[in-house]
Design a protein around this ligand. Structure first.
Ligand code: G1P
Ligand code: ZN
Length: 542
């Protein structure tokens, strides 16, 4: 019943910031999915008889990839596969399922916020037994294996009915099709004060949650509408679609523009939120105020003790290097640790496992805690709701008070997309080459205090990750950071992160791009962005 199939390597199966992401037609090449999954299995040991969790964000090709994965898990000797009904599991729900069931690991099928469809993106990510993305030493081993692979094992069995809850057999292996929402919703109920949030909704509080036709729809309907009593229709675009309705399921001001417009209008509800393709990102907008992800991380950390799950306080906060320093000020005041990691959630796993950090976040709209080992969009929304219910204040007042207490970190990210890969590499290379000469020089009236290429030593296992982004720090604490995206599927994306700290409340009312104008110009000049790319303005500003 098991076939051992000869194969030859594909030379492009290097996992990026978050697993292997390619266009669907690339994944559809015969043997492509099989090679990658076999390379994962070949790179880890000890899974015989163990459980593998499988689920995805419902995008085009999800079901096909899952059927292949189940047959390969059976042929390779796993004892049990748990798969979400319909092939669905949000990324945080998959992480929770792995942890709750002490699974060996999991396959998360998603390309996050990238578009879906026959010509769009797909992805496969491997998570380890702590529920989090495989660390670099495993993703590197997987990549090495993809370059040498010569056979894969697959069971010759019928497809599993993914739409029927219950247990089936796939060869000698058991397949459990589980409700993708129930366990996750229970976890949320254990962390947050659902009674307080329910009373807030009962007394007329209104919110809109945009699921962007991605995986969080069913989760939001169950948690917000059914368990918390928000009015029906609170969750919008709540039916997951293979092509996300033709949109990018990216909860930012560009792709969730309708929500933004609504929240800035006179008839805005009290709270607006959205999540991405696989449910790990979040967008938070109050009535008339967008909360930057970096500010949201700081605010959540400062107020987390208001939620039952965090009543005893936080052990520490971790943020990715390009994320603003707003959270650092909260950590300082709370007298807890602050950790600065490279971009990507995989770097938070060790800190969470070791109990060094409780809450983590990235400027790219990812926030989460030690309840799972992934960032978690709905978790952030629910923690916000818990805080709003406890403080009985609006988002705007809470944000303003926070800035008054801690100062405001003006922050923006400028992305230059679809850049020729060599042009992008050369730009970063040229920056690296002049790092040593930058300190002491002045660009556009701003004096450079320090410049480096970020290197991270993991405090838990001592592993070192180099070349994680070029930082230019100015006198007075402002900075710009340059790095290349590790998640794109076409050309290169140059990300420029710009930050300025303003301690004085009198200076907190400026428009962000205006407040950063001189730094934006300096960044362009230091990196020669316009000359090298031919792009005068970024493709996306967040
Ligand atoms: C992007 C974000 C990063 C996030 C990752 C996965 O990676 O910048 O913070 O962890 O997506 O969601 P990048 O494309 O910058 O490598
Ligand atoms: Zn995502």
């Amino acid at each position: 019943m098991i076939s051992i199939v000869s194969t030859t390597p594909f030379n492009d199966q290097k996992p990026g910031t978050s697993g292997l992401r390619k266009k669907v037609p690339v994944f559809q090449q015969p043997g492509y999915v099989e090679n990658f999954i076999q390379s994962i299995f070949d790179s880890v040991a000890g899974y015989r008889g163990q459980t593998l969790v499988i689920g995805g964000d419902g995008r085009y090709f999800n079901r096909e990839a899952i059927q292949t994965a189940i047959k390969m898990a059976a042929a390779n000797g796993f004892g049990r596969v748990m798969v979400g009904r319909g092939g669905l599991l949000s990324t945080p729900a998959a992480s929770h399922l792995i942890r709750k069931n002490e699974a060996f690991g999991g396959l998360v099928l998603s390309a996050s916020h990238n578009p879906g469809g026959p010509a769009e993106d797909f992805g496969i990510k491997y998570n380890i037994g702590n529920g989090g993305p495989a660390p670099e030493k495993i993703t590197e081993a997987i990549y090495l294996r993809t370059q040498a692979i010569d056979r894969y094992a697959i069971a010759d069995i019928a497809d599993i009915d993914l739409d029927r809850l219950g247990t089936a057999k796939a060869g000698d292996m058991t397949v459990e099709v589980v409700d993708p929402v129930a366990d996750y919703a229970d976890l949320m109920e254990a962390l947050f004060d659902f009674d307080a949030i329910r009373s807030m909704f009962a007394s007329g509080f209104k919110m809109v949650f945009d699921a962007m036709h991605a995986v969080t729809g069913p989760y939001a309907v169950e948690i917000l509408e059914k368990r918390l009593g928000a009015e029906p229709g609170t969750a919008r675009n709540a039916v997951p679609l293979p092509d996300f309705g033709g949109h990018h399921p990216d909860p930012n001001l560009v792709h969730a523009h309708d929500l933004y417009e609504l929240m800035m209008s006179d008839g805005a509800p009290d709270f607006g939120a959205a999540s991405d393709g696989d449910g790990d990102r979040n967008l938070i907008i109050g009535k008339g105020v967008f909360v930057t992800p970096s500010d949201s991380l700081a605010l959540l950390a400062a107020n987390a003790h208001l939620a039952p799950g965090y009543r005893d306080g936080l052990k520490g906060i971790a943020r990715s290097m390009p994320t603003s320093g707003a959270a650092d000020r909260v950590a300082e005041r709370l007298g807890i640790g602050i950790y600065e990691t490279p971009t990507g959630w995989k770097f938070f796993g060790n800190l969470l496992d070791a109990g060094l950090a409780t809450i983590c976040g990235e400027e790219s709209a990812g926030t989460g805690s030690n309840h799972v080992r992934e960032k978690d969009g709905l978790w952030a929304v629910l923690l916000w709701l818990n805080i709003l219910a406890a403080r009985q204040q609006g988002v705007k007042d809470i944000v303003r008070e926070h800035w008054t207490t801690y100062g405001r970190n003006y922050y923006s990210r400028h992305d230059y997309e679809g850049v020729d890969a060599k042009v992008a590499d050369d730009l970063i290379g040229a920056l690296r080459a002049k790092l040593e000469k930058l300190p002491g020089t002045t660009v556009g009236g701003l004096k450079i205090a320090a410049a480096d290429d970020f290197s991270y030593t993991d405090p838990v296992d001592g592993s070192i990750s180099r070349n994680q982004g070029v930082r230019v720090l100015f006198e007075g604490g402002s900075r710009v950071v340059f790095r290349l995206s590790g998640t794109g599927t076409t050309g290169a994306t140059i990300r420029v992160y710009i930050e300025r700290f303003e301690p004085d409340p009198a200076g907190h009312g400026a428009e962000t791009q205006e407040a950063l104008r001189d730094l934006i110009a300096a960044a362009g000049e230091i990196a020669g962005i316009a000359e090298r790319t031919g792009m005068k303005v970024p493709s996306v500003i967040t």
